[in-house]
Design a protein around this ligand. Sequence first.
Ligand SMILES: NC(=O)c1ccc[n+]([C@@H]2O[C@H](COP(=O)([O-])OP(=O)(O)OC[C@H]3O[C@@H](n4cnc5c(N)ncnc54)[C@H](OP(=O)(O)O)[C@@H]3O)[C@@H](O)[C@H]2O)c1
Length: 294
Amino acid sequence: MSDRQVVLVTGASVGLGLAIARRLLHEQRKQNLHLVLTARAGSLHRFGEQGIVERDDVWIRPLDITDAEQRVCIVNEIASTLGGVDVLINNAGVVYRSCVEHVTEPERLHQMNINFRSPIELTRCVLPGMRQKRRGKIINISSVGGMMAMPTMSVYSASKFALEGASEALYYEVKPWNVSVTLVQPGFMRSDAFEKVPYTTLSADASDDHQNPYHEHYHHMEQFIAKAMHRALATPDSVALKVIRVMRRRSPPLRVYGSLDAVLFSALRRVLPRRFYNWFLYRNLPHVRRWGKR
Ligand SMILES: NC(=O)c1ccc[n+]([C@@H]2O[C@H](COP(=O)([O-])OP(=O)(O)OC[C@H]3O[C@@H](n4cnc5c(N)ncnc54)[C@H](OP(=O)(O)O)[C@@H]3O)[C@@H](O)[C@H]2O)c1
């Protein structure tokens, strides 16, 4: 069996995905890797802008993970030309900022589609090949939002909790074929990703309208998250390094913390008695005494 590993990355043209792509390109000097870097068709130009160009062992392909035809097409092309995917890195994801009351059904389904349903569908496409070869690695980029929920992040947390649950079940299901499943859980990453966070129609209105009952929720959470991301020790590159380390391990664990704050949040959740944990978190929400005054 060839020692070459075929690595497929989603959402690789920006943010954490781009940092993973860069690390993988560097890793190619040490390991025999064939990279398939993907992005939505409209974002492909970013690779060239970043100096990442297609060559024999680096493919650049369009992939909207929500498009079933594109998912099947890319996995088939890799199977017929390269013998299948050895490592799948499900990185693409979006973060809607919204309270539960402000997410409509289509918006909820859209968020779940990108962060949960589509990565699982893509995983389903690559699994038969991995089982046949009796080797493979699925690396799903989760989040601290997949271990604890924060106000105004309800639907994001729902999508990452769902990804965590399905990945945990899959970990046991495919272990007999030597296929590993790992959830990388970053906390806050120092980046400007928060500036791109979309609001739902209703949460955008509430965030702008000072008279809206939820205005303080959005206002203070937005400032808190922006500050946390500016001050975060973790960067997309430091999280990307964790992903590379998972790839290098013969038998990676189910969960890997992506940053120090993820270790801390996880410890809080495990160590504190449940009631105290929820009370503690609530009391420490930014300016929570002003919430709900309108
Ligand atoms: N930023 C953080 O602090 C943080 C913390 C914890 C976890 N994470 C997770 O890390 C991952 C990457 O996030 P990031 O911070 O790098 O965010 P980002 O800079 O906003 O990048 C998101 C990526 O997902 C892609 N994407 C969105 N919808 C897609 C679709 N339908 N099909 C294919 N690609 C799609 C985007 O492509 P386009 O450029 O084409 O839109 C982009 O490449 C996500 O799973 C996120 O949940 C991030």
